[in-house]
Design a binder for this molecule. Structure first.
Ligand code: PLP
Length: 428
């Protein structure tokens, strides 16, 4: 059996030393994987229960055109999201073009001129710098007279509670908390830590709106930030909650008032949630959500597997192989552009789509240094599908995520190791 598997991998470009090394790593992960299975099982029940409670029926898949009035499928979808995230309401739309758009919508709909936004967890995701106006940009919050304050995490990754207390002032209207590390080498925040942070902030300023950028975090844990006090949780449907099937879209889940403001901003004052044709994507959104706990499970296992592989070889991996997981991202620091690119070439070569192309570093809108990206996805740019990327700058870290199945992601990681092995810079 094992011999046959080795032959299959051999035909797919995996040499014997790489195969044997990875087989040894996987053997040691049995208990970690069982824990991940258990979380997925609970989250599957959560999604299923929400679908039953909202009486999801075949009629919901019909879709609408034009204004999209009385779209029962859209209403069921949003009811289901609200129940899964345990919020009063939700906005889940194909008209929300990506995660950045969902976050910009969340910020721009709640903030008014003269208000201040606070990030108590350091620098936000690269693309949000232009939304906020940290880097000058047309249409930013700064252009509308909305100011921004940031409190960095302390060197050990903990919250700077003293600094946060000082930063809160009369203008502080909204707080943005990024769950996932993004392109920063800091720990991802657990839902529990986010809860403690929100409690601290609300004790000082109860009316502040706490938003969590939930990108890459959905279904990794048993609960979501909306269960520990967040007024808004926001994310992309071509990441975790789309389950690989959503072809586009974003979501906001939160309090009735926050969602109403977001809807009036997305469509128009007066119209809000009542319009927005779904054009037939509702069944893909729902089927993707249904699969999401399982898909995320595979992606988390892949991240743990990658961490173990590269940590065993002496590279710094974030999170390390013992830490608990709060998102699907695995960072590996190579401190070497050649190894970083070799890693990405391996991921690309393992893809079902575009496996024959070679990723090259390029200038990407919204990012301030060149970025290399490996992705061969059914949905363009989807990063719940196996993908790897990272900015070409110290520490030359690759951020690896996704995989619609663990089997594919595992092969991708083995292929990345194969390419790195071939540079002659590592020994197995
Ligand atoms: C991906 C991501 C975003 C932006 O999403 P896009 O869909 O790429 O625009 C924002 N924040 C975090 C933490 C992300 O991972």
């Amino acid at each position: 059996m094992n011999r046959t598997l080795k032959q299959y991998y051999g035909e797919m470009g995996i040499s014997e030393p790489v195969f044997d090394f990875c087989a040894g790593i996987e053997k040691g992960l049995k208990e970690r994987f069982e824990e991940i299975d258990r979380i997925a099982e609970c989250n599957q029940m959560k999604v299923l229960s929400a679908m039953q409670k909202n009486r999801l029926s075949e009629a919901c898949f019909a879709g609408t055109t034009g204004y999209g009035y009385n779209d029962t499928g859209r209403e069921a979808l949003e009811g289901i999201y609200a129940d899964v995230f345990k919020t009063e309401d939700a906005l889940v739309r194909p008209q929300i073009t990506c995660g950045t758009h969902a976050l910009a919508l969340a910020l721009m709909s709640q903030l008014r001129p003269g208000d201040e936004l606070l990030s108590p967890v350091g620098k936000p995701y690269d693309t949000l710098e232009e939304v906020i106006g940290i880097r000058p940009s047309v249409g930013s919050l700064a252009e509308y007279g909305i100011s921004y304050r940031q409190v960095d995490l302390l060197d050990d990754g903990s919250f700077d509670f003293e600094g946060i207390e000082k930063a809160i002032n009369k203008k502080t209207k909204m707080v943005t908390i990024q769950r996932s590390k993004g392109y920063a080498s800091r720990p991802t925040l657990s839902v529990e830590r986010i809860g403690r942070l929100i409690t601290f902030i609300k004790e000082r300023t109860p009316d502040v709106i706490c938003m969590v950028d939930n990108c890459y975090g959905e279904f990794v844990e048993l609960s979501e930030p909306s269960e520990v006090g967040a007024d808004l949780v926001v994310g992309s449907l071509i990441k975790n909650p789309g389950g690989g099937l959503a072809p586009t879209g974003g979501y906001l889940c939160g309090t009735r008032e926050c969602i109403a403001r977001a809807a009036y901003r997305l469509t128009s004052p007066g119209l809000g949630k009542e319009v927005g044709a779904t054009l037939g994507v509702t069944s893909q959104f729902l089927q993707g959500l249904f699969l999401a706990p399982t898909v995320v499970k595979g992606a988390v296992k892949a991240a743990v597997f990658a961490a173990e592989v590269y940590e065993s070889l002496g590279f710094t991996v974030i999170p390390d192989n013992k830490e608990s997981r709060h998102d699907i991202i695995q960072a590996v620091e190579f401190h070497d552009p050649e190894l970083m690119c070799a890693f990405c070439e391996g991921i690309q070569a393992a893809a079902p789509v575009d496996s024959f192309v070679r990723p090259e570093p390029w200038d990407m809108p919204g990012y301030d240094s060149k970025v290399i990206m490996a992705a061969g996805a059914f949905v363009s740019g989807s990063s719940i599908e196996l993908s790897a990327d990272g900015p070409i700058r110290e520490p030359y870290a690759v951020y690896f995520q996704g995989g619609l199945t663990f089997e594919h992601a595992k092969y991708g990681i083995m292929m990345s190791l194969e390419k790195i092995y071939k540079t002659g810079k590592i020994k197995l």
